[in-house]
Design a binder for this molecule. Structure first.
Ligand SMILES: Nc1ccn([C@@H]2O[C@H](COP(=O)(O)O)[C@@H](O)[C@H]2O)c(=O)n1
Ligand SMILES: C[C@@]1(CO)OP(=O)(O)OP(=O)(O)OC[C@H]1O
Length: 166
């Protein structure tokens, strides 16, 4: 009797950090694929969304196909101002082109503001649509400690699970 080899899933991890933009060069805040009206924005070559970037990096990590810089380097003018949602969708496309399907992505960001809970469902919907797989997002304040606690920037960490397609 022959048995099929087991399908071995692969995990990946991604971390991203963006500093808040200087007061005299205000930027819109994009976080978790959403625009946050009235909140101080982050600096970056793209829209600076650390949640979407960490999610994309976790996908690349899970598949062993490089990282954010490999695929969307800051030397690529077409990604200047690019939406994190677009980058996540493109990362998911690349992952599938390498023969993987996505199980899920989990992201947590660290920031005092914005208060995320009321918009969690909206963010998860936008990011899940982009990835074509479930994306869950959680938030913590880190109890006011560290650079996030001091309000210098926002960090995000993500894990992803992928498995060979077909
Ligand atoms: N930007 C944030 C940060 C936190 N939350 C929610 O508050 C809960 C408590 O945060 P602690 O840092 O004190 O553990 C956290 O579990 C989140 O539900 C948030 O919505 N937005
Ligand atoms: C996304 C890219 C490319 O526009 O630029 P940034 O917005 O600066 O973001 P970062 O998380 O530093 O990742 C590097 C780049 O690939």
């Amino acid at each position: 009797m022959s048995t099929n080899p087991p399908v071995i899933p692969r995990t990946g991890i991604g971390i991203d950090v963006h500093a808040f933009a200087a007061e005299d060069q205000p930027q819109p805040l994009w976080l978790g694929g959403l625009f946050w009206e009235g909140e101080r924005g982050l600096s970056g070559h793209s829209d600076g969304d650390p949640v979407a970037h960490a999610a994309a990096d976790a996908l690349f990590s899970a598949c062993g196909v490089g990282d954010l810089g490999t695929h969307f380097g800051t030397d690529r003018p077409e990604y200047a101002g690019a939406s994190g949602v677009t980058l996540l969708a493109e990362a998911a496309r690349i992952v599938r082109a390498h023969g993987f399907e996505i199980g899920n992505i989990a992201v947590q960001f660290v920031a005092n503001r914005p208060k995320f809970g009321p918009r969690r469902e909206e963010s998860q919907r936008v990011l899940s649509d982009a990835a074509g797989a479930p994306v869950s997002v959680t938030a913590t304040t880190s109890d006011g400690l560290g650079f996030t606690g001091r309000g210098e920037g926002i960090s995000a960490v993500a894990t992803a699970l992928v498995y060979p397609a077909g």
